[in-house]
Design a protein around this ligand. Structure first.
Ligand code: GYE
Length: 359
């Protein structure tokens, strides 16, 4: 989901931070492009950093209202519990509900889209005062609309839905997420640094149709276009899990023995890929460079160990922002239809220091 869609009439989006901003000129780095002879400006670019929501994101004014301010009954449709990221998100929601003394009903779709649709239908029938949804793919937009039709304000967490179907500010109040296109761009800069701008890349994509999978690919692809020495040689769905990441990486490393890098859309798949690299007797961080997204505890340990070059943080700790946004909405304060989290970058310089705090 291009976040600029949330601000269709806005002028310049803050999003389009130039990747070349920190490049310091490319006149003297012609040597860094390697065999192709072309310089790769990303090798000397600064981390493009966080983006913010584009300017002019409207506030939600057509969504069902939330008039109760105490004793709220809240529901949360979680899409899976199959990785540390999901578990951390669920824990963060539970902690915040407990802090506020609110009742929270949670369903777990087990990474199955049809189960999530039926979970949400079941939750709608229970008439919660507010419904949080962590969508599995962008395709569950219709059931989001159903909730709005039933008069329930919906808040989307961590992934978006198809906004051609579910209208922001009407069919859902707000989506809270990281900027995945920016994450892809940040990952591309790290990959360029790891490989000096020359890489034959295997891409392990997140769950097909999930907004972070779509956008992490888009941002990375856009960025590496600037470097003729960097190409994705094959790209496949690893479903955001360690086991699938490992098995897909095993197959792709065999079919592409010339690959020199792996870009994984999350740490779990990267950790699976690292196991696959070691299994064929190659050395991660030397023969094959790996870059990913999330910043989970095992990911940070892998960075500290030199197996993973870098991981772009994508925080799962949604409880505070989710409940704050809901409370603001209940109080009649203006709530933006898109709220972007701030994330940091973990490299060998700061990974070890952050392990203890990680999930
Ligand atoms: O990166 C991944 C999780 O939707 C942002 O989903 C989230 C992603 C996260 O399963 O690890």
């Amino acid at each position: 989901m291009d976040l600029r869609k949330f601000a269709p009439f806005a002028g310049v989006a803050v999003l389009s931070v130039s990747l070349l901003a920190g490049c310091g000129g490319s006149s003297n780095n012609a040597a860094s492009g390697g065999s192709s002879g072309a310089a790769c400006p990303l090798t000397s670019a600064a981390d493009p950093g966080n983006s913010q929501a584009p300017a002019g994101v409207p506030t939600a004014d057509k969504a069902p209202k939330l008039t109760k301010t105490s004793g709220l009954k809240i529901a949360f449709s979680q899409n899976a519990s199959n990785n540390p990221w999901r578990l951390a998100e669920t824990a963060s929601m539970k902690d915040e509900a407990a802090k506020q003394g609110l009742q929270l009903t949670i369903t777990d779709a087990n990474n199955d889209q049809s189960k999530q649709v039926s979970d949400i239908k079941g939750l709608i029938a229970q008439k919660p005062d507010a419904l949080f949804i962590a969508p599995i793919t962008e395709q569950i937009a219709n059931v989001v609309k159903d909730a709005a039709t039933a008069g329930i304000p919906v808040f989307l967490l961590d992934r978006a839905v198809d906004t051609n179907i579910a209208v922001p500010g009407k069919d859902f109040v707000s989506v809270m997420q990281s900027d995945f296109i920016q994450e892809g761009k940040r990952a591309a800069v790290q990959m360029a640094k790891a490989t000096n701008g020359n890489a034959k890349i295997i891409e392990l994509e997140g769950t097909t149709g999930a907004s972070p999978a779509i956008d992490r690919k888009k941002g990375f692809d856009e960025a590496i276009k600037q470097c003729s020495g960097m190409q994705i040689v094959v790209s496949q769905d690893g479903d955001f899990t360690r086991a699938k990441g490992q098995s897909v990486a095993e197959t792709l490393l065999q079919s592409h023995p010339d690959a020199t890098a792996i870009y994984a859309h999350n740490d779990e798949m990267a950790l699976g890929a690292i196991a696959a690299i070691k299994a064929i007797g190659k050395v991660p961080g030397k023969d094959i460079q790996v870059v990913s997204v999330d910043g989970e505890k095992d990911g940070l340990k892998a960075v500290a160990a030199g197996d993973l070059y870098a991981t772009v943080e994508c925080s799962p700790r949604f409880g505070p922002i989710a409940f704050q946004t809901m409370t603001d909405y209940a109080a009649g304060k203006p709530v933006k239809t898109l709220i972007i989290n701030s994330d940091q970058l973990f490299t060998k310089d700061n990974a070890a220091d952050n392990v203890a705090k990680a999930y």
